[in-house]
Design a protein around this ligand. Structure first.
Ligand SMILES: Nc1nc2c(ncn2[C@@H]2O[C@H](COP(=O)(O)OP(=O)(O)OP(=O)(O)O)[C@@H](O)[C@H]2O)c(=O)[nH]1
Length: 363
């Protein structure tokens, strides 16, 4: 980059939209570029970092992945984010490019603003903000306002912010974008996709490019090198929080459950699906111990869609158990969800009796 600054790309997007998948593909197509990855995750299991570290991609060494597990990168800028970037910049061999994955609940604009902090301003620039969108979730109206609820809220208190937390986050993330990736096109009929593309386009600044993808398969050449210098262009990226209005951490919550050993993946899925549906769980992910298997099972749920696959052998130092992070809106009933998930077949439960350990945290 002509400025001599190291470029940084911010990858944002709602829970489960496909950020980690996009980053994996980016690393696979980076063509020898030395990329450092900063991963910020909501929930305390570090699932995304683990998945990327286990990827086996050439050029993707473990020390190139730094995790910021505190849930909301935009609110821990001074304590976590700036020191992490400084660490990367001060390495004997600094990276060619920094890629930052925000948690699905983070606001990108405060993060972009942080690139103006004197500690890093002269050495790094925001090459671009890339917002990954879950195409089917947009098509199903997950981020649209609920007119009845808004009306009821307005009647109750005129001064309230009338948008749903999901709608507001979606707007924050696309308002800040330099490029939007409409992902999961494999799950959309052409007409639905066209509608999503049209709707999203209507919300964006005119110069913002939209690309479509399936499983985040967008080449690094497309994603990197936008040269947006977004930190110099904050005014064109409107945010609900420009007036100093605080970013509310109480809209969403996460907690971890430990389900011991499961009989097989099918039984685990059968146990999870009705609970996800009944409680409107937004995201569930983690690793499972399957009876008789040496390999760890990765479990990924976005809304009612569940995927699982074995990624690698359990390591000797790891506790072989099923640990999942559950993420939802703040009013979800964590006690009922925990009870429902733990009431699987007795053989599935044996190892998890002491698992009351709740790492619940409201953000
Ligand atoms: N069918 C389909 N599934 C996808 C696609 N992209 C990602 N997924 C799946 O969606 C789930 C979530 O994908 P991730 O890439 O982990 O999403 P994320 O945005 O990083 O998730 P969080 O970091 O938890 O917010 C995984 O099970 C993926 O395999 C896609 O294009 N099509």
């Amino acid at each position: 980059m002509s400025s001599g600054k190291i470029p940084a790309t911010v990858i944002t997007g709602f829970l489960g939209a496909g950020k980690t998948s996009t980053i994996r593909h980016l690393l696979e197509t980076a063509n020898g570029k030395r990329i450092a990855l900063v991963i910020n995750e909501f929930g305390d299991l570090g699932v995304d970092g683990e998945i990327v570290k286990g990827c086996g991609i050439e050029n993707c060494e473990e020390d190139a992945v730094l995790e910021l597990p505190n849930g909301c990168i935009c609110c821990t800028v001074a304590d976590d984010f700036i020191p992490t970037i400084e660490t990367l910049l001060n390495r004997a061999e600094p990276p060619d490019h920094i890629v930052i994955e925000t948690s699905g609940l983070a606001l990108p604009k405060p993060l972009v603003k942080a690139f103006n902090w004197p500690e890093i301003r002269t050495r790094v620039t925001v090459d671009g903000v890339i917002t990954v969108i879950d195409g089917p979730a947009v098509a199903e109206g997950l981020f649209a306002s609920d007119p009845a609820a808004v009306d009821a809220q307005r009647k109750a208190d005129e001064s309230l912010d009338h948008e749903s937390p999901l709608e507001e986050l979606f707007e924050e993330q696309i308002n800040c974008a330099d490029m939007v990736v409409v992902n999961k096109t494999d799950l959309l009929a052409e007409a639905e996709l066209e509608r999503v593309l049209r709707d999203v386009k209507g919300e964006l600044r005119p110069e913002v490019k939209i690309v479509r993808s399936s499983y985040g398969k967008v080449d690094a050449k497309v994603l990197l090198g936008l040269e947006a210098a977004a930190e110099d262009d904050l005014d064109s990226r409107p945010s609900h929080h420009d007036d100093g209005h605080e970013h509310d951490h109480d809209d969403f919550m996460s907690f971890a459950v430990d389900l011991g050993e499961v009989e097989n993946p099918k039984a685990l899925v059968a146990r999870l699906l009705p609970v996800i549906a009944e409680h409107g769980i937004l995201r569930i992910k983690g690793f499972a111990k399957v009876a008789g298997k040496d390999m760890r099972l990765v479990l990924q749920g976005v809304g009612g869609r569940l995927q699982h696959y074995y990624d690698r052998d359990w390591q000797p130092e790891e506790t072989q158990s099923t640990r999942l992070v559950v993420i939802g809106e703040a009013d979800m009933d964590s006690a009922a969800i925990r009870a429902a998930l733990e009431s699987g077949p007795a053989s599935d439960r044996s190892a998890s009796e002491e698992a009351g350990r709740e790492s619940a945290a409201a953000f």
